[in-house]
Write a protein that binds this ligand. Structure first.
Ligand code: ADP
Ligand code: MG
Length: 760
């Protein structure tokens, strides 16, 4: 993990005033020093007992500096660090009214005067848009600590009577650091959403202050941006998280000294306690000899533990008045700032491992290793009597070729082809039996001519590759031949079909049909209607274009070009299937007719029997029943009919098997044609996977979507134009619109809240 040691950065911001105490407060041109000179005011005894001048070294002095510059110098580094996975904290400390809230939140009325928090949110979402190689998830929380009570400023909207959110506890876990259990984290996807929440929290802070009769500057507020990012390009299980704390501390003046009473005294007690413990913690942190830092003494120091001296880029703004009257508090603020500057921090990228993704990755690895093992195992234990022993040269050849897992996988794929070869042989024999056109198809697709020692191997990209299957040829030779033939075809050496570029040999060859079943069906009638002989064949390698042609169109071209032979075979097989179907229908008819005749004849014989029974049965000398003339001719006729029936029935059965088989061939052929088309289409037009799968808005199969997309886009454009015009009118950048929208929405909510809070 990347870890860098750095110090807390400290800036001083002087609130602008018409009565700037030039004699007391001096900041030389180096921009990093503030000198305080005491004029020995006899009324100020406390200062009289101290040295007359102090010099404070800081990282920057901000006087008459715009909000934009303050953000650029104070906030931006922490924000950008947070996007990289470093925790960041920007904290304002100082006397009430010195400008802490102005620095942190700024004015909610003016875009130009917005403070560090809205600017940080803007920067976060601008960066999220820019860094498209990462996916970001951003959550916000807003915590208030008032009189040692934790308040969630973004819990469900609160009215005056609602009790403060309960059950929140500051906790610490190894690997997770300090966090607040029970504090709600709100997912946000845009600057606008984030500003809504910020203003919502501000409003809750103000309402809470009124409802509980508290002074809003008597509480500490921690606005936190929780960021998680994952790489889109690296499919590893790692991801980074960070917390950006934007802290507006309570006024640092010692109220106890001013003799506060009641609620004010209680507040002063808590603030004094938390701020003095904050100072103690800072002192301990700055002192390297101290190994214990009293973080847990107050909620504030515990909640800020990571932000103060740990894994964090920490920046402090010491807000001071420029007037002579506040010089005592100014001195104390500057002292706090210079102590803080000595504190060492150790920001580290918060890297995590996603257990689910890690398991998936390991499973993949195990699967790969298993495959590898099975290949080695297969090579080691193959019975030697199946193939001729390999010559040393052949073994060396294999060894020289197999240098990677991918190649081993390819060899494995070739083994699979050998199995398919056997299946094809059986099919070829069946075809001979049933007199189908399988022979031709074999040449193109299944891979074997049953009556030849030469065979065709179909590679998974659909190209037929000639090879020798003679007993003397080793598998390695066949593999080499296949590769050579493939390369030969790539160069267009009289091949009947186009093969994929040779580079594809090193890729996994498995080609899957991307076309949905319904699309295949929709294309099917075209397969039948196409006349392959009359149409001009398209060029073998259509030029690669940016926009691939519609699939239906390309398929038509494919059927008369590269897929012509296969399409022809498909048509022939279909013709045979049709012929067999017709024969099946005829045989079914004949079987049914024979059955009806048998039934009729049997019924007639039965009727004669009944008649005989009613009239009295004549019996021969041997005791056998004597039959009448018509019956004598009916019995052999029935026998003949039954024989006919059996014969037709047998023919029907075998024709049914033929039809089924033909159907299977037709299906296989059709799938292969579509498979090859898909591969060809993908290769020829270099279409990325997602383009193949995602229907385009103007796709005719989804007529409504195109129009919908258009109208949404139009509406968005109109809205953008409207917003731009508004911003131009207001003289702000177009980005200001999120700010004003959020403010307007919060204003509306505030008004409606006011209405509901007003007693009737
Ligand atoms: P704090 O939060 O420290 O109590 P505020 O930020 O609320 O103080 O500031 C008190 C007042 O002073 C506010 O009205 C604020 O607008 C104004 N103010 C403070 N700092 C500046 C500044 N740098 N420029 C302009 N106005 C300021
Ligand atoms: Mg304030």
């Amino acid at each position: 993990m990347k870890s860098v040691s750095s110090k807390v950065e400290v800036f001083v911001r002087i609130r602008p005033t018409a009565h700037f105490a030039q004699n007391l407060i001096e900041y030389p041109p180096d921009g990093q020093t503030v000198n305080i000179h005491n004029r020995k005011d006899p009324r100020n005894l406390a200062l009289n007992n101290q040295p007359s001048s102090w010099s404070f070294q800081l990282d920057g002095v901000l006087h008459h500096v715009s909000q934009e510059e303050v953000y650029a110098r104070v906030g931006r580094r922490a924000v950008l660090g947070a996007l990289e996975g470093y925790n960041g904290t920007v904290m304002c400390f100082g006397q009430t009214g010195a400008g802490k809230t102005y620095t942190m939140t700024g004015s909610t009325e003016s875009y130009k005067q917005r403070g560090i928090i809205p600017r940080a949110l803007q920067e976060v979402f601008q960066q999220v848009e820019k860094r498209c190689e990462y996916t970001f998830s951003v959550h916000l929380s807003y915590l208030e600590i008032y009189n040692e009570t934790l308040v969630d400023l973004l819990s469900s909207p609160r009215g005056s009577s609602d009790p403060p959110a309960r059950g929140m506890v500051v906790m610490e876990e190894p690997g997770r650091g300090v966090f607040i259990r029970g504090l709600t984290l709100h997912p946000v996807h845009s600057e606008g959403e984030a500003l809504n929440l910020l203003f919502e929290g501000e409003m809750n802070r103000i309402i809470g202050a009124h409802a509980l009769n508290k002074n809003s500057s008597r509480s500490h507020c921690i606005f936190t941006v929780h960021i998680e990012s994952r790489s889109r390009t690296l499919s590893d299980a790692k991801y980074v998280t960070s917390k950006l704390n934007l802290v507006d501390l309570a006024g640092s003046e010692r109220l106890g000294k001013t003799g506060s009473a009641g609620q004010g005294l209680k507040e002063a007690m808590y603030i004094n306690k938390s701020l003095s413990f904050l100072e103690q913690a800072i002192l301990a942190l700055a002192d390297r000899r101290r190994d214990h830092v009293p973080f847990r003494q107050t909620k504030l120091t515990y909640a800020l533990k990571d932000a103060l001296g740990g894994n964090c880029n920490t920046v402090l703004v010491a807000n001071i008045y420029g007037e002579a009257a506040q010089i005592e508090e100014t001195l104390s603020t500057l002292r706090f700032g210079s102590r803080m500057k000595r504190v060492q921090t150790h920001p580290t990228v918060n890297e995590h491992i996603d257990p689910a993704a890690q398991i998936k990755k390991l499973e993949k690895e195990v699967q790969m290793l298993k495959e590898e093992l099975s290949i080695y195992h297969g090579l080691a234990v193959r019975p030697s009597n199946v193939y001729e022993p390999l010559s040393d040269a052949q073994v060396a050849e294999i060894q020289s070729q197999i240098i990677s897992i991918r190649q081993l996988q390819e060899v494995f794929a070739q083994f699979k082809l050998a199995v398919e070869e056997q299946a094809a042989k059986v099919k070829a024999q069946l075809c001979q039996t049933y007199n189908l056109v399988e022979k031709k198809q074999n040449a193109r697709s299944a891979g074997v001519k049953a009556d030849s020692t030469d065979s065709m191997v179909e590679t998974e990209d659909g190209a037929g590759v000639q090879r020798h299957a003679g007993p003397g040829k080793s598998k390695a030779k066949k593999y080499r031949d296949a590769i050579t033939a493939r390369q030969g075809k790539k160069q267009g050496a009289g091949s009947p079909v186009t093969v994929m570029p040779v580079a594809s040999a090193s890729r996994p060859k498995q080609v899957r049909i991307q076309t949905p079943e319904r699309e295949q069906e929709a294309q099917e009638p075209d397969i039948q209607s196409q006349d392959t002989q009359e149409s001009p064949p398209p060029s073998k390698e259509p030029a690669t274009t940016d926009a691939p042609p519609p699939k239906a169109e390309a398929f038509e071209a494919f059927k008369v070009g590269q897929g012509g032979e296969l399409n022809h075979i498909l048509k022939e097989n279909k013709a045979v299937l049709l012929e067999r179907h017709a024969r099946l229908r005829q045989l079914t008819e004949e079987v049914n007719t024979a059955k009806r005749k048998i039934d009729r004849t049997t019924a007639a014989i039965e009727r004669y029997k009944d008649k005989r029974a009613r009239q009295g049965q004549f019996v021969s000398a041997k005791g056998e029943p004597v039959l009448g003339e018509p019956e004598i001719s009916l019995v052999p006729h029935l026998r003949e009919l039954k024989a006919q029936y059996r014969q037709r029935y047998e023919a029907l059965r075998s024709t049914t098997a033929e039809v089924n088989y033909c159907q299977h061939l037709v299906d296989q052929c059709r799938v292969r044609l579509l498979n090859e088309f898909e591969s060809w289409y993908k290769e020829t037009f270099r279409v990325p996977e997602e383009v193949l799968n995602v229907p385009k808005p103007e796709d005719p199969v989804q007529p409504g979507i195109g129009a919908l997309h258009k109208s949404i886009a139009q509406a968005e454009e109109d809205q953008e134009l409207f917003e731009r015009l508004q911003c131009e009118r207001l003289g702000d950048s177009p980005r200001a619109i999120s700010f004003y929208n959020a403010r307007q929405r919060t204003q509306k909510r505030r008004n409606s809240r006011r209405l509901s809070l007003t007693p009737v």
